[in-house]
Write a protein that binds this ligand. Structure first.
Ligand SMILES: NC(=O)C1=CN([C@@H]2O[C@H](COP(=O)(O)OP(=O)(O)OC[C@H]3O[C@@H](n4cnc5c(N)ncnc54)[C@H](OP(=O)(O)O)[C@@H]3O)[C@@H](O)[C@H]2O)C=CC1
Ligand SMILES: O=C1O[C@H](COP(=O)(O)O)[C@@H](O)[C@H](O)[C@H]1O
Length: 511
């Protein structure tokens, strides 16, 4: 295990939702599990009128992640964690004189022995990242001569290729690339990381992982919730920017990449970026029209409960055509994947919350057996379930007992929950710990982010400006627009978990 040096975590935008709901709870769990260094301090920074005491109350002692009835010992434990947390009010603006902030950091550093090792976590809207970097630089707080300095930025990283490039260039004026950590919380999920192990630690999979044996690849990211309280942000973003450009293309890169020569961050990221650069860019409107489907959820009743349509959500333009569903067919132009279609979809207000990758293997080329309905072409599938019920399922044919050679498809499955020691870290715990240890493997590099935008930009452009663009309505609680099935070639369909109860025992969660 890597060593975690003594350090200070300085969170900008600390008065916000992400800090209270994700970052501090993740730090608390790391503290409970003894992963924090001996000398560790959190300094929250924002414009809100808070003090050390009121900030601690807000993010620790009065937080919902703590059980209500704490015993004396547990309370002391929580108080000890809260004692590590401080707050600095920046004043009216993020673009201000950081001299006071620099003094506060220096005082805490001297008092608590954090050895000039600082992580700056930007939990603010992205338009503030450059301002904070510039002002830290002015104070010499990006200098690494006496201790390391790391700069974590949240998503979204850019709005399109141009703005992502501009942001990279802006940040590179103040931080070197190896100091910048771009969060993609999907990379912090255990099963996403397990993709690398499944592929590269098992000789039964890797030899088959190519165009000779794989028919197509399907990736689904479905959420049962709508846009909740983030309508204002989402309406300017849409599913393509919100999920596809980042989380889903990161998953695609791990599925498609070549074997890295080692497990170091740069080796893995070099291969990921090569895969992203191999995505065939859809240049003309006809191709984009034929290879993409966009949809938006409509009001419906789910289990007797009325659910709003997207246009009725708070913060959403009542005439909005922003997509809450996106399905895309594309190809990866390299030796391994020539002509293998990738089908990727993401959506809100689906029947269930699920993220999974399905590798569809080609059927055997001479088929001598059929199932009891006389059908021959059932493919083998490897299903990697990212969430929930994290695990792996292999679907393969076995002989139906008795006379003759009828084939029935059955499952071999593995669930993380069946491991005796399955205390899976949350994505934010894992990513924070990695950044504290200087491991950037699970963070996106500048060129990866730009390669992903390069693929997405023409689709965004067509969806915004194309003359024949359609946004299909789908009722909240169904698997998206019906014609998304037509994207998939041949006799294949999307695997809609939950519609396969009969041949999928235990592997479909409907909530
Ligand atoms: N919340 C979540 O679940 C997720 C958030 N993110 C990303 O993390 C970052 C922070 O998210 P979140 O905490 O939800 O955001 P918030 O809207 O809660 O903002 C965080 C803080 O930023 C400060 N801020 C500075 N300038 C502005 C501004 N112009 N408008 C609003 N706030 C401003 C505010 O603090 P003050 O006014 O006190 O200075 C605010 O409390 C964003 O980049 C977001 O996209 C990513 C994934 C999930
Ligand atoms: O980044 C985002 O992710 C969430 C989904 O995350 P998950 O870990 O619950 O799968 C999504 O709801 C949100 O719109 C998006 O911004």
């Amino acid at each position: 295990m890597n060593k975690t040096s003594n350090q200070m975590l300085i969170i900008f935008g600390a008065s916000g939702d992400l800090t209270a709901r994700k970052l501090i709870p993740a730090l608390f769990n790391l503290y409970k599990d003894d992963h924090l260094p001996e000398k560790f301090v959190v300094l929250g920074v924002s414009r809100s009128d808070l003090t050390d005491v009121s900030f601690r109350k807000k993010v620790v002692t009065e937080s919902s992640y703590l059980e209500e009835d704490l015993g004396k010992e547990e309370k002391e434990y929580v108080d000890k964690f809260a004692d590590k947390i401080f707050y600095e009010d920046l004043g009216k603006s993020y673009d201000t004189d950081y001299t006071n902030l620099a003094h506060r950091i220096s005082d805490l550093n001297t008092k608590y022995g954090t050895e000039n090792n600082y992580i700056y976590y930007l939990s603010t809207p992205p338009n503030i990242y450059e301002t904070v970097a510039k002002n830290l630089h002015k104070q010499g707080l990006t200098e690494e001569s006496n201790g390391w300095k790391r700069f974590i930025v949240e998503k979204p990283f850019g709005y399109d290729l141009k703005s992502a490039r501009e942001l990279n260039n802006a940040l590179h004026q103040y931080f070197k690339e190896n100091q910048i950590y771009r969060i993609d919380h999907y990379l912090g999920k255990e099963t996403v990381q397990n993709l690398l192990v499944t592929r590269f630690a098992n000789s039964i999979f890797e030899p088959l992982w190519n165009r000779n044996y794989i028919h197509h690849i399907e990736i689904t990211n479905a959420e049962s919730v709508g846009v909740e309280k983030r309508g204002g942000y989402y309406d300017k973003s849409g599913a393509l920017r919100d999920m596809f450009q980042n989380h889903l293309l990161q998953i695609v890169s791990l599925v498609a990449m070549e074997p890295p020569i080692g497990d170091e961050a740069e080796e893995i990221r070099n291969e990921k970026v090569k895969a992203l650069k191999s995505l065939r860019i859809m240049k003309d409107h006809k191709t984009i029209h034929d290879h993409t489907i966009r949809g938006q959820y409509l009001a419906a009743e789910i289990n007797g409960e009325k659910v709003k349509g997207y246009r009725e959500e708070e913060g959403v333009d009542p005439d909005s055509t922003t997509e809450t569903y996106a399905a895309i067919k594309f190809f990866v132009d390299n030796w391994r994947w020539k002509d293998v279609p990738f089908y990727v979809r993401t959506a809100k207000r689906m029947p269930t919350k699920v993220t999974e990758i399905v590798i569809h293997f080609k059927s055997t080329h001479h088929q001598i057996f059929t199932d009891s309905a006389g059908i021959t072409n059932k493919d083998n599938q490897l299903i990697i379930r990212i969430q929930p019920d994290e695990g792996i399922l292999i679907k393969f044919g076995v002989k139906v007992p008795g006379q003759g050679f009828k084939v029935e498809r059955t499952n071999l499955d593995f669930y993380y929950s069946s491991l005796s020691d399955t205390n899976l870290m949350t994505a934010y715990e894992r990513l924070l710990l990695d950044a504290m240890q200087g491991d950037a493997t699970l963070y996106a590099r500048a060129d990866e982010v730009e390669a992903a935008w390069e693929f997405v930009d023409p689709i965004l452009d067509y969806w915004q400006n194309g003359e024949d663009v359609v946004t299909y309505g789908y009722s909240a609680g169904v698997w998206g627009p019906k014609n998304a099935d037509e994207l998939i070639d041949g006799l294949y369909m999307w695997r809609n978990p939950g519609e396969h109860l009969a041949d999928d025992p235990g592997f479909c969660v409907i909530k």
